[in-house]
Design a protein around this ligand. Structure first.
Ligand code: NAD
Ligand code: DAU
Length: 380
């Protein structure tokens, strides 16, 4: 085995955020060996990493994080000293239909990974020195904020990338100290995994960091989530299923800005700390959907307003959280992170990417993406 300065395990690297993190680390740190561990569920797509798959510091392993014996074997065999844990079931609607899969992967999977890392690190002479278990979590664990300003007011917080639409729809924001109050099976499973990570720090002294990020958008997101689903539907002239009245608010961050924050926190974050990640960029779903419609119509050459009729209000998501809004001032002031892209630039880039990568989208919607890679890794 080559002698790398560090051996870093990234879980869930074939998913949406994971592929951006893997790409950033593989390209930026040739001195690190990056091991991407992913089960390749419906959400995992190795096509997302075609551009880096032959790099000498990259390796893919198909495995299930809930398989404790496999986690022990892999962490020991590859002498893992850093873990960035993204693997999870991530879609709220699926969690409402099938909560058990979420408990298995998000809770038992995270616990298996923690236990395997602890056993290996404690068996080393230097024990926890130079090691880190970095757990990627979500703002949804904090629950839902109220919509006290339904029409929106100028947001009290700014970043250098704040856009002209710079609204806050309530007076409260999620802080690192906000009490956990998850509502969906997805967020309950993520909250539980966050608690296990902190318990491994508090009980065994394991070096851990947890970050809670707002909604991500950008290339390679699975088209069950709002933004890629709607871009694809507008392109194809299909209905846009808006849940409830479309008044729910989400706080959007370009995925590469999240990946940059993960890099910074992995290297400079303080062990045992929690950092919130977000760009103070709240949007009501219906306003965001109108931006998507305008952008897609413009880029495919339709006259403005062509696709407005696709908006179709449907039954609301059960237990639909009203508003998420992250206060990321701690990360900004302590580590100097800021988002790099204004939302308008990010959305333009994102819509262009999905329109330019129609084949990627078609291979997902037809199911071909899974057949190809499932066959390639059918031995596991
Ligand atoms: P995703 O669903 O796109 O990808 C998840 C990846 O995990 C897939 O590649 C899948 O194959 C893999 N996976 C699932 N179960 C596994 C298992 N048992 N063993 C190994 N691999 C498994 O998710 P995402 O949107 O990229 O989210 C990544 C992480 O970031 C998740 O932990 C999620 O909770 C968190 N997060 C996501 C967002 C967001 O807006 N997408 C925001 C904040 C936090
Ligand atoms: O806040 C971070 C979270 O953001 C992550 O932890 C989750 O993994 C990620 O999926 C995302 O959760 P949301 O539920 O906010 O994302 P989603 O894209 O599913 O929905 C965004 C909003 O759009 C939400 O208010 C529900 C609404 N929606 C969604 C879909 C898919 C619709 O109105 N219609 C739809 O068809």
């Amino acid at each position: 085995m080559d002698n790398f300065k560090r051996n870093i395990l990234i879980t869930g690297g074939a998913g949406f955020i994971g592929n951006h993190v893997v790409r950033l680390f593989v390209n930026k740190y040739p001195e690190y060996r990056i091991i991407n561990l992913d089960k390749l569920t419906y959400a995992g797509n190795l096509e997302n990493l075609e551009d880096i798959k032959c790099q000498r510091n990259y390796k893919f392993i198909k495995a299930d994080i809930a398989d404790l014996a496999e986690m022990r074997r892999i962490i020991t065999e590859y002498r893992i000293d850093g873990i960035i844990h993204l693997a999870a079931e991530s879609h709220v609607d699926r969690s409402i239909k099938d909560p058990f899969t979420f408990a298995r992967t998000n809770v038992m999977g995270t616990l298996s990974l923690l236990q395997a890392a602890r056993e290996y690190w404690e068996s080393q002479t230097e024990r926890y020195e130079g090691k880190l278990f970095y757990h990627i979590s979500t703002d949804e664990v904090y629950g839902a904020l109220e919509l006290t300003n339904p029409e929106g007011i100028e947001s009290p917080f700014k970043t250098s990338a704040s856009s002209e639409h710079h609204q806050a729809y309530g007076t409260e924001f999620f802080l690192e100290t906000t009490k956990y109050n998850p509502h969906s099976p997805y967020s309950a499973s993520k909250a539980s995994s966050d608690h296990f990570v902190r318990a491994y720090h508090d009980t065994y002294g394991m070096p851990t960091i947890v970050t809670n990020c707002s909604n991500n958008y950008g290339p390679y997101q699975f088209p069950e989530k709002l933004i890629p689903l709607f871009i694809n539907n507008i392109r194809q002239g299909k209905a846009l299923p808006v849940y409830g009245k479309g008044e729910n608010v989400r706080d959007w961050l370009y995925v590469e800005d999240h990946a940059r924050a993960i890099d910074l926190i992995f290297h400079k974050g303080k062990v045992s700390e929690t950092y919130n990640i977000g760009g103070f960029n709240e949007w009501k779903n219906i306003d965001l959907i109108k931006v998507l419609i305008r952008t897609v119509d413009r880029l495919i050459g339709n006259p403005e307003g062509t696709s407005d009729h696709l908006i179709s209000y449907v039954t609301d998501r059960m237990g639909h959280d009203m508003r998420y809004a992250i206060d990321s001032r701690k990360l900004q002031s302590e580590l100097g992170w800021e988002p790099s892209l204004q939302f308008e630039e990010g959305i333009e880039k994102t819509v262009r990417w999905y329109l330019d990568n129609e084949e990627w989208m078609n291979r997902i919607t037809s199911g071909d993406y899974q057949r190809y890679y499932q066959e390639m890794y059918s031995d596991r």
